[in-house]
Structure formats: structure tokens, C-alpha cells
Design a protein around this ligand. Structure first.
Ligand SMILES: [Zn+2]
Length: 233
């Protein structure tokens, strides 16, 4: 997602971060709660650190570094996702090894951790140690859809930003993708992120499930109505 889209989806958060960049006050650890633009914001901030042709504080989106970050292929920006619903402690330990190396070379590193609530407490604690090192040039973005599930130690040591669902904008986007209003509204209410909505919009199996659930529900309601009528008579 390019920055003009990000700005359109999360205008307040975008403006806040531009101000933070202008004041050169980017923190080393953030907790982004909600999936609507959070990954894109983390990537945008990573670009602002590595872009070779910035316009003021804004990344150009055109240089090699910006493009590689956008594609998730820039070596100093690591994206971590859970595998089989878990973020393994070993994976995090491996990273922490990289951090200390990074410290020696005084090289900037960005880590974006998706569904960070799935991290084991041991893994989280070793990460927190890294953040607290004063010489650290490591930036960590914890992304979660449910900040209540995040460890209190992470919540207390990070700055929290909320990326709430933009339902109206999502409905509009889904309609532009060809969905009728009813389906677009249903999917916008159901989805936890824009990416999920876009994926499900074109998935026939999802819509079959929706139809079947609707039939089931209608059937159950009719039955319940009958029972109530019987009771009343
Ligand atoms: Zn650039």
C-alpha cells in the first residue's frame, strides 16, 4: 500500500507519525493494535529509515530500498508471522542473535511481528531486553488484533497505536471489487483486516458457507417460531 492510500485509510495515525518523523522521535518499540493499515504503517516507517531519496521525512516509494521493503524482500526489515499458530521461541532467539550482531555494526534493523500475541513469554522477554539496550538501532513493531492478549510487559514498554476498522471505506472498496452492497457490508463486518476482506471477496467456498449458514439460521428460526406458537396456543 502506498502512502497516499495509507493516509486515506488511517489519516490521524498517518499525520501523527509524520510529525514523529519530523521531530526525529521515532521510538524503538510500538504496539499496533488492529489490522487496518498497521502492517502498511510499519512498512512505511521502515521505508522512512532506509529510503535513499527521501522527500523531507517521507520515503520516495521509488528507490530500490523502498521497493524491496514493499515486496517484503529488504534484508534489514524482517517480517515474522506465526507458523501453525505459534511464534517459536527459537525463531526469536535467532533474531536476538542478529540484534547483537547489528549492535556491533551499528546497523539499523526493523522487525515487524504479526499476530504478536502468539509469542511465547520467553520469546517476548528476550525481545524486550534488546529494546532496552541504549545503543540499539533496532526498531520493533508488534502487530496484534487483540491487545488484551498481549503480555503486560510488552504493553507497558511500548507505545500503543490503534488501527481501527474503517468499515465504510471497506464496504466501498468491496463494492468496487464487484460485490453487491449486502455482501460487501456482511464481509466488511466479518473481516479483521483489509487483506482478509480482499481475499474472501473472491473465494467461492466462503460465499457457499455464508449461504449455507443463512439457510441453517432461517431454518432454526422458523422451527423456534413454531415451538413458540405451539406454546402460546
Ligand atoms: Zn525510497
Amino acid at each position: 500500500m502506498k502512502q497516499d492510500q495509507l493516509k486515506a485509510w488511517q489519516p490521524d495515525q498517518f499525520d501523527r507519525f509524520v510529525r514523529i518523523l519530523e521531530q526525529d522521535q521515532l521510538n524503538h518499540a510500538y504496539l499496533f493494535s488492529g489490522f487496518f493499515g498497521s502492517l502498511e504503517m510499519a512498512q512505511f516507517l521502515a521505508k522512512s529509515l532506509f529510503c535513499t531519496d527521501k522527500v523531507g521525512v517521507l520515503p520516495c516509494e521509488k528507490c530500490r530500498n523502498c521497493k524491496l521493503i514493499e515486496q517484503g524482500e529488504f534484508p534489514d526489515v524482517t517480517l515474522i508471522k506465526p507458523v501453525n499458530q505459534v511464534i517459536k521461541t527459537e525463531r526469536i532467539r535467532e533474531l536476538v542473535g542478529q540484534f547483537s550482531q547489528a549492535g556491533i555494526e551499528s546497523q539499523q534493523q526493523v522487525f515487524i511481528i504479526e499476530q504478536a500475541e502468539k509469542m511465547h513469554p520467553n520469546a517476548a522477554n528476550s525481545l524486550l531486553k534488546v529494546i532496552e539496550e541504549p545503543q540499539s538501532e533496532v526498531y520493533i513493531f508488534f502487530l496484534t488484533s487483540d491487545e488484551e492478549k498481549m503480555l503486560p510487559t510488552i504493553r507497558s514498554r511500548t507505545q500503543i497505536f490503534h488501527f481501527t476498522k474503517q468499515e465504510e471505506k471497506l464496504i466501498l472498496l468491496l463494492e468496487q471489487m464487484g460485490l453487491v452492497k449486502k455482501k460487501a457490508t456482511l464481509l466488511a463486518q466479518f473481516s479483521q483486516s483489509r487483506a482478509e476482506a480482499e481475499k474472501l471477496a473472491n473465494q467461492a467456498s466462503f460465499w457457499t458457507l455464508v449461504d449455507e449458514s443463512e439457510r441453517l439460521l432461517t431454518g432454526l428460526l422458523a422451527k423456534k417460531k413454531k415451538v413458540i406458537c405451539k406454546l402460546l396456543n
